[in-house]
Structures are given as C-alpha cells and as structure tokens.
Write a protein that binds this ligand. Sequence first.
Ligand SMILES: [Zn+2]
Ligand SMILES: [Zn+2]
Length: 435
Amino acid sequence: MVDDDAVIRDLAEDILVSEYEVMTAFDGQDGWEKARSWRPELVITDLMMPRMHGYELCKLLRGPEGLGGVKILVASSKPFATDKAQALAAGADDYIVKPFAINDLTDKVRKLLSGGGAAKPPPPRPGENSAITSRSSALAAPPKSSVPQPVYVRFWGTRGSCPTSGVRTVRYGGNTACTEVRVGDVPLIIDCGTGMRELGVELTKEFNGRPIEGHIFVGHTHWDHIQGFPFFTPLYNPRNKFTVYSVHGARSSLRTIFSESMALDYFPVPLTSLASKLNFVELEGAVDIGAARVSFQHMNHPGVCIGFRIEAQGKVITYLSDHEGFAKLGGDSDLARRQDAAIVEFARGSDLLIREAQYTEKEYAARKGWGHSTYDDAAAFAAEAGVKRMAIFHHDPEHTDEIMDANVKYCRDLLGKAGSKTQCFAAWDGLKIDL
Ligand SMILES: [Zn+2]
Ligand SMILES: [Zn+2]
C-alpha cells in the first residue's frame, strides 16, 4: 500500500490485514524499493506523491526491472477520466477513487488477486529509452547568498487554455502561461505558453551576446503551457544553456514529451536540432538554483500537474496553476480536507501567490471536472494561506477586459468581506512586480 497520506495508508492496512499480509510505503520511491525486496502480489498505489508519482511507479513495476505478474490497483482522489486512462496505460490493472467505500476496496483486491481484471502491460513505446534525464536529489541546507540580489516577477502570458488575440483582450493580453522569476541575473521561467516567445526576444536583447543560463519549470505539458517553447529563440544559440524541470510524465519521460511535441508533423525543427545545451531534470524534491530554492506540490488537474514554490532572498513566490479544489470536485471528506490543506500550507506566507482562477461559480457549474478553480476558490485560498499579494492567473479565453475588471473587483470584495489583508489583482501580459 503506497500512499503519502498516513491516514489512508493505515486505513487500507486495517481493512486488508485480516486477510492479507500488508506492507506500507510512504511515497513512490519508497514503494518501488520495498516492492522489489518484498515482491508483493498486489501493489495499491496513490498517484500524487512526492519524490515519485504513481504513474512512474506503475511503469517501473511493469518494466524490465519490475515484478512481472504483479497486480496494480491505483487508488487516487483524482476522479478525472484522463488519470484513469493514463494509469491503465502505465500498467495499472484497476483504478479506485478515494475516499473509497471499504467494500469497494476489498472487492477490487479480491478480484485482482483471484486473477480477474488483469490488463496486459502495454508494449514499450518506440523512442522511450534510458536517455532520461538526470533526477534531482534531496537537499540539505537552504541555499545562501551573501550578496543581496533583486527579485522580480514578469508575466509574459497570463491566458489559460488557448491564446486569445483581438481588441476585447488587449489590456490583460492573450498569450498563454509563461512567467519569469528573476533572482539577479538568473532567469527562472515557469511554463512555456505562447508568452515565452516575447520573453526570448527580451532576454536576447538584455544579454546582448552574453551567454544565457536559464532554468525552465514546467507545471504540466498541456498545450497552453508548452506551445511557446519552440518559438523561444535563445534555444537556437549554442552559447546558451537551459535546464527544463518537471516530474516524469504519465506516459513517458519529460524529454520524450517535449521531443514528441516537436515531431516533424507539428514543427519543422526537432528537439535534437536545438543548438543550445539543453538538459531535462525530473524532480524528486526541491532544487537549488543560485540563491533560489524551488520546491513542488502536486495539483488536482487531469494528468500530472505540479505547482511551484520559489524561495529566494527572503521572498516567497508560489505558482499554482491548473488546479481544482479536492473537496470542491470530489465532495467534502477528511481526505479531501487534508489534501486541500496541504496546498494551502504549500502557499503559506507567500509574498506573491500566482493562483489560477478561470471561472465564476456559474460558469463552473457547467465545467466541473475540467481541473480549474473559481474566483471564490482563489479568494478563500489566499485568505487562508495568508499571502501578501495574489495575482489571478490563467484567464478564460471568453473573459474580455471588462469581464476581467469585474472578476478582480469581485475577488477583492470577497477578500474584504473575509477580513483578509491580501492585495488582489489580475496578472496581465507584460506586468512586472518587484519583490
Ligand atoms: Zn492551463
Ligand atoms: Zn491543463
């Protein structure tokens, strides 16, 4: 039983221990090590876990160093159809949504152990190889920098889902997600939506022939978060060096996902032809980049999606895009409350929270399960996390400048009513914030 939530782990153990020998593991990495030494007949695994997520564990268990005929049951609080399909494709035999009824769990376990419900492992994917990337490792002490460096944030794309041009969105802008966090001379880039193109132009101007060493953090790889990548011209300069960070994908490695997105069917220049030095790092924990420490947290969104917390020079910036509250989507339960609280804690005390909010409550009613939040969700979240400033982010393509003005006012009113001191505004393409 592999789960980072101790309550669920203990509960499943209590339920199953009368009939089976049960061993527990606290995350994917721990589960993988224990599964290999203990060789269980069934692995029950969560999806969203630190260090290694459940999709990757499924793939390892089904891989050449895995456990052959082991049965795998994924138990996740993510009810999205995408996650079930991707878990089965990664090698899971069955899927159960948490919190589960005791009988549902025992039925599925019994069925799997009696030989029912087994799916064949998928064939290896062409091109999927061991050229994966380095893995980040856990860190000891926080980074120190003796020289104070200015920290600022610049938004290059703030729209969600689809680029949106035209006169109705000129003030907030229409480029999709791309945010620059600067600590001195080191650019940290969060997400590679279409806003990344202009960032590339600006960096080339600013560095004026000096080599650029940049760090690109990718929350997830839906189109609106990667489409600017091939148009980021500093990638074509052999003097530059970039590192792309995220977690392993649900189906393939981070490098493979980027490589496939630039297959010749979609773009004329393949990833391997980019002239800059390009590394891909699959995160297992926090990483230190110069004076900045970047940690991550899984979000509730179809597929694999993570948010980031950047700490540098005594400032904290949290980026939570593409997230639907656990209790909001799955109903109120102790588990959902713990999961929602974990994300609030992740953002606790931020100087700047960049928080997605895409819908009004009315719009949400028809879009429940799409993996996004409402303005009410964002305001309640910011108040609870006690953040100094909140930038509303990932604007819906249907939200014109006038609608956005009204949405911001609505959020401010909610925060005011809640007695919160959080300053709220909507991010717009080109906005720069000194911290
Ligand atoms: Zn998005
Ligand atoms: Zn998305």
